[in-house]
Every structure is written in structure tokens, then in C-alpha cells.
Design a protein around this ligand. Structure first.
Ligand code: AMO
Length: 425
């Protein structure tokens, strides 16, 4: 728009004439004077209008006017433009908005989750909702930055595959011309195939999970931030995952995160601590329960001043086929999870890189090696020791911001009950 100033830049234009463009956020009528809060990508500003105007929230406007200093007693310390306002001289309406289904002018958007999601293209505009996704963008940026610093090449991988990757029933089938195919449950197989190509790769990919249950921490489509490294051993992988996890979180510049040295515990050690601390005896379970995850994170924060804790050595049987059993005790595997503030945000492992062993593992997991033909090629023709991990973007966002439900951390969440609109409608 010709001559447009960004709202935040008006701070440097006191006394000048400007043209701002944005959305009407709030309308306040005070007798003959009308106050508007107008919002653009840089910020929000108060506009003073002295003639009659038919303007409503979410109308798109361009306003020309003079930037004035506000009287001392009317300064709003809560916003960066709180010391100024614009007295409108000319108003152009670029787009009229229909009457809103709910009030978006308050300090909080007081809506139940289903309504928040039913009106997603509207509610995402609300500053506090929008802020979630600015933070999410930072997480993505931070992850990319550290992955590149670690010499990983960014790859883009397919989302339709001939076989399921993580095993289990949680896989979406798709009609692929005259054939059946699957939506990838993770970029796993492809990132591994690319290790002999680049040694180190990373990708940000969708994970399609036909999760049959409705929980506050599962989506049917999640975003995974994956790395895979060649020529690494288990200790290297632990160092790498902790580095990627903490650097990604640091990049958000959220001052509330505790970055003490990250404790590393085996699953059994973790369960032992939980037994001692709480009396709950899960020492024979093959995974941590949600409450275990909360308890061990509280323990790590209290004893190590760390919001992160690494758990290793999950039972081999409970892990996907590509996971390397621990040569010292093959019942357990060279696998790890990273927990953050009470939830698993990352999972990964050292991989089986021997072709014969991998074929055996596929069979012992009840799958057919024929369905993994191209994947197995990579191992037939020279695969170094390798491993990697995957961070869940929405889980990280959720627990960084203390959101109650993972759906709030996904722009357009998919679950059993919703594909944009409610399926039961
Ligand atoms: P896993 O299945 O543990 O491992 O997934 C890795 C991370 O992705 C996130 N995540 C999810 N987030 C929301 N909803 C879901 N349904 C969901 N599923 C997964 C979690 C989880 O920690 N291929 C392996 C990783 C590897 O070994 O490199 C994998 O997908 O944050």
C-alpha cells in the first residue's frame, strides 16, 4: 500500500502525518468521540475519530492521520505504542467484516476449546492466540539453526509410503490409484535412507497417526522435527539430542526454562526413583505412564534444576523394528526419550544398521521385508553405524507455553473428531 507506515514505527513519527492499514480490534464510543484499536503485523495503536463512522471489529481499514503524544494521564504502559495515538483525518474501508460470533476485544478470549477451533481462521487473529504460533515459528527456526550448525542437510520426504513405519495399528490407509498405500507415521525410513547419501540430515515433516483415543497430548497429524546422523555411537547420540533440544528451546528466549545439566536415567532407574519418591511401583512396566513423566520431571527440576530429563533403555520389545538392542543386555534397547516439563517431547535411538539383523527384526515384528524393499536397499549397500531422533513441535510448544491441550498448539488440528470442522456435524 503506497505510503503505508507500520503501526510500531509511528513511535518515531510524532507530529507527522501517517497512513496505517490494519484490522479494527476494538471500538469504544465516548460520546461524540470514537476510539478504535487498530492492529497490524507490527502492533496495535489507538485511533481517535471525531466524526460518525460505521466501523466494526475486524473491518480492514487504512487510516490517514496525525501521530500525537497522548496526555500523561492517558498513557497505556501495556503496549509499545501506549504513549501515542493517531487522530484520524481520512478513513478508507478495504473490507467489511460480518458481525463477530463472539467478543474478541477483551483481555482474554473466553471460549471453550471446540468454539476456539470451530472459528479457527478468526480466533487465530486474537493476539494471545497468534502469539502461540510466533513462539512455534521460533521453535522451528531454532531447530533448523542448530541442525544446520551440526552439519545436517535439510531433506523433504514423501508422505505416502508402501508400508507402515512405526508398526502398530495407528496408520491411515489411502487409496493410491488402484493400490493401497499408507500415510507416513514419521519420516523415519526416508531419513535413514539418506544417511548414506549425506551422513547427516534433518527434516520437518508431518507424522500421520490414526490415534484412536482422544487425549490432551495426541494429534492425528503432528509435526516432527527429525535428525539422523551417520558414524555415531549411543553416547554421541545422547549428546546430540540434548544439544538440539536445549538449543532449540534457548532460541525461543523464554526466560522461564531451567537449563541445569540434564539428568540421564535408564527406564528402570527412573521407575526406581519414582517408587522411592511416591511409593508407586511401576518398576516392571515397559514404558512410563503420564504420571511417571510428570513425577520424574518434578524430580529433575528439584534435584538438577533442569526442565529436561533423558530416559534411556526402553525394553526392545516395546520399540519399533529399527531400534538397536543393547548388545550388553538385548532385552533393553539403545533408545531414548527426552522429557520436558512432564511430557515426552522427543524419541529416538541408535538404529540397527546391519542388513541381516534388520531383516530379522522386521520379521520378528510381524512384518514382511518385501514391504521394505527400498528401505532395505540402503542397508544392503553400506550403512554406517547411525541413529537419530524426532522432536514433536506441538508438544514442545504446548509445554513451553503451559497450554492445557495440544490442539491449542496446532494451527489447524486434526483429531478423531475434527478435520477443520467437526466430523459429527
Ligand atoms: P515417536 O513416535 O515417539 O518416534 O514420535 C516422536 C515425537 O513426535 C511427537 N509425536 C506426537 N505429537 C503429537 N501427537 C501425536 N500423535 C504424536 N506422535 C508423536 C512426540 C514424540 O516424542 N521415528 C521415531 C523417532 C526416531 O526414532 O527418530 C518416532 O516417530 O513429541
Amino acid at each position: 500500500m503506497e505510503g503505508r507506515s507500520l503501526i510500531l514505527d509511528c513511535n518515531n513519527k510524532i507530529g507527522e502525518k501517517v497512513k496505517i492499514c490494519g484490522w479494527v480490534q476494538v471500538r469504544r464510543d465516548h460520546g461524540k468521540i470514537l476510539f478504535l484499536d487498530v492492529l497490524d503485523r507490527s502492533g496495535i495503536i489507538q485511533v481517535v475519530i471525531t466524526d460518525k463512522q460505521d466501523l466494526h471489529p475486524q473491518d480492514v481499514v487504512c487510516i490517514e492521520g496525525k501521530v500525537n503524544k497522548r496526555p500523561e494521564n492517558l498513557v497505556n504502559k501495556n503496549i509499545p505504542t501506549g504513549e501515542i495515538e493517531i487522530s484520524a483525518e481520512n478513513i478508507e474501508v478495504l473490507s467489511k467484516a460480518e458481525e463477530l460470533p463472539f467478543d474478541m476485544g477483551g483481555k482474554e478470549l473466553d471460549l471453550q476449546l471446540p468454539t476456539l477451533l470451530d472459528f479457527r481462521s478468526l480466533t487465530l487473529r486474537y493476539p494471545k492466540v497468534k502469539e502461540i504460533f510466533r513462539v512455534q515459528a521460533k521453535i522451528l527456526e531454532g531447530f533448523r539453526k542448530i541442525a544446520k550448525e551440526l552439519d545436517c542437510v535439510e531433506i523433504v520426504v514423501p508422505e505416502i509410503a508402501a508400508s507402515s513405519t512405526e508398526g502398530g495399528a495407528e496408520v491411515f490407509k489411502v487409496d493410491y490409484f488402484d493400490h493401497k498405500a499408507f500415510l507416513t507415521q514419521s519420516p523415519q525410513l526416508y531419513k535413514q535412507m539418506l544417511v548414506p547419501v549425506f551422513e547427516r540430515v534433518f527434516t520437518i515433516a508431518h507424522a500421520f497417526r490414526a490415534e484412536p483415543s482422544v487425549t490432551t497430548r495426541h494429534l492425528a497429524v503432528a509435526t516432527q522435527m527429525d535428525c539422523e546422523f551417520g558414524f555415531v555411537d549411543f553416547e554421541d547420540l545422547l549428546d546430540l539430542l540434548e544439544k538440539v533440544g536445549s538449543e532449540t528451546l534457548k532460541y525461543t528466549q523464554d526466560g522461564s526454562i531451567a537449563f541445569g545439566k540434564i539428568p540421564r536415567l535408564t527406564l528402570r532407574e527412573t521407575q526406581e526413583i519414582i517408587f522411592k519418591e511416591t511409593g508407586r511401583d511401576n518398576r516392571k512396566e515397559k514404558d512410563l505412564t503420564p504420571q511417571d513423566e510428570v513425577d520424574i520431571c518434578n524430580w529433575a527440576l528439584k534435584n538438577h534444576k533442569s526442565d529436561l530429563v533423558t530416559i534411556t533403555h526402553f525394553p526392545t520389545k516395546a520399540k519399533p523394528f529399527y531400534t538397536m538392542p543393547d548388545p550388553k543386555d538385548p532385552q533393553y534397547s539403545l533408545s531414548y526419550d527426552l522429557l520436558f516439563r512432564g511430557v515426552e517431547i522427543m524419541s529416538g535411538s541408535q538404529r540397527i544398521n546391519d542388513y541381516e539383523q534388520l531383516v530379522e527384526s522386521i520379521i520378528s515384528h510381524g512384518m514382511d521385508p518385501k514391504n521394505f524393499e527400498m528401505y532395505l536397499q540402503a542397508f544392503k549397500y553400506g550403512m554406517p553405524p547411525e541413529g537419530g531422533f524426532s522432536f514433536g513441535l506441538e508438544r514442545m510448544t504446548m509445554h513451553l507455553l503451559g497450554l492445557a491441550n495440544i490442539r491449542e498448539a496446532s494451527l489447524f488440528p486434526r483429531d478423531m473428531e475434527r478435520v477443520d470442522v467437526r466430523l459429527s456435524k
